[in-house]
Write a protein that binds this ligand. Structure first.
Ligand code: 2AM
Ligand code: CA
Ligand code: CA
Ligand code: CA
Length: 273
């Protein structure tokens, strides 16, 4: 089986395992703060995928949010970057609006991305250079938009701190409207399918964006950090993903004027995974 097909197969299996266990009691623990949750299903899903990949491809490398590949510092060989449940808070509170996200890279080059909206049974996928799909349907290339006619996805929590408000509130004011979905992977999928025109966030880890970058770029989205720099798959970063014209408008008119403040934020936060 081709690697791309295998990726989708194990993600479907992991997703149906989550759906089957949805009514069982969850074991919920906190991570970095009281609102940063992890459940037994996050860990079980990562383990299930890890075991399946290792059985089929023992030479591959796997980085996962719940602990796989902590020691990996190179993108040499075939590297899987996995978020077993992206949107854990949604998973716990809503039992929907969460996704499994996978990006695969070969010697540092983008190979394929998969984002699976588990409860809607919707698979977003792309093999780099071969188009992006929502289930079996090809996703159309993105159309340019202007901020004043765009819906942007941004977590409102970023606007509650003064130094962030200075940077972001003008973007929200100018946009047609703003949304917050609680799953970074689904935000990438929504930009790729034109449901929102941009997704802007200040701190994601590689497992949050690895699959999404490949899918979004495949339909012509521009994906960078908020300083207009390319992303490194081994490090946390800020994110701005949008159609080409909107990316340019937001960067040059709203972010570049704050480049000194943004530079400070990036220096402090993003030198590790
Ligand atoms: P997660 O559910 O896999 O942890 C929610 O706004 C989005 O941000 C989700 O994609 C979530 O991924 C991610 N996220 C949640 N807590 C985070 C944290 N403490 N640091 C960085 N990203 C986080
Ligand atoms: Ca998490
Ligand atoms: Ca995540
Ligand atoms: Ca996660």
């Amino acid at each position: 089986m081709e690697l791309f097909e295998f990726m989708k197969q194990i993600v479907y299996q992991a997703g149906s395992n989550i759906r089957e266990q949805l009514n069982k009691p969850l074991l919920i623990e906190t991570k970095s703060n009281p609102n940063d949750l992890v459940t037994n299903m996050d860990k079980e899903t990562e383990q299930l995928m890890y075991d399946a990949i290792m059985e089929a491809y023992p030479e591959h490398h796997i980085i996962g949010e719940e602990g796989s590949g902590r020691d990996i510092t190179s993108m040499e060989g075939t590297v899987w970057i996995i978020d077993p449940i992206d949107g854990t808070l949604n998973f716990v509170h809503q039992q929907e609006n969460f996704a499994i996200s996978v990006g695969v890279f070969v010697d540092g080059k983008k190979y394929a991305g998969v984002i699976y909206d588990v409860m809607r049974d919707t698979m977003y996928s792309a093999r780099a250079g071969h188009g992006a799909y929502k289930n079996e349907e090809p996703i159309a290339p993105l159309v340019d938009s202007e901020l004043r006619q765009s819906i942007i996805s941004m977590n409102p929590n970023w606007l509650t701190k003064d130094y962030m408000k200075d940077i972001y509130s003008d973007i929200v004011i100018k946009a047609r409207s703003a949304r917050s979905y609680g799953s970074a992977a689904l935000d990438f999928a929504y930009v790729a399918t034109g449901k929102v025109d941009a997704y802007i966030t200040l701190r994601l880890h590689p497992w949050d964006f690895a699959g999404g970058v490949i899918i979004a770029e495949e339909v012509g989205a521009v994906v960078t950090n908020q300083m207009n720099e390319p992303l490194d798959m081994l490090y946390a970063n800020s994110i701005m993903v949008a159609n080409k014209a909107l990316h340019e408008e937001i960067y040059t008119q709203y972010l570049k004027p704050h480049s000194a403040a943004l530079d400070n934020i990036h220096q402090e936060r993003f030198h590790r995974r």
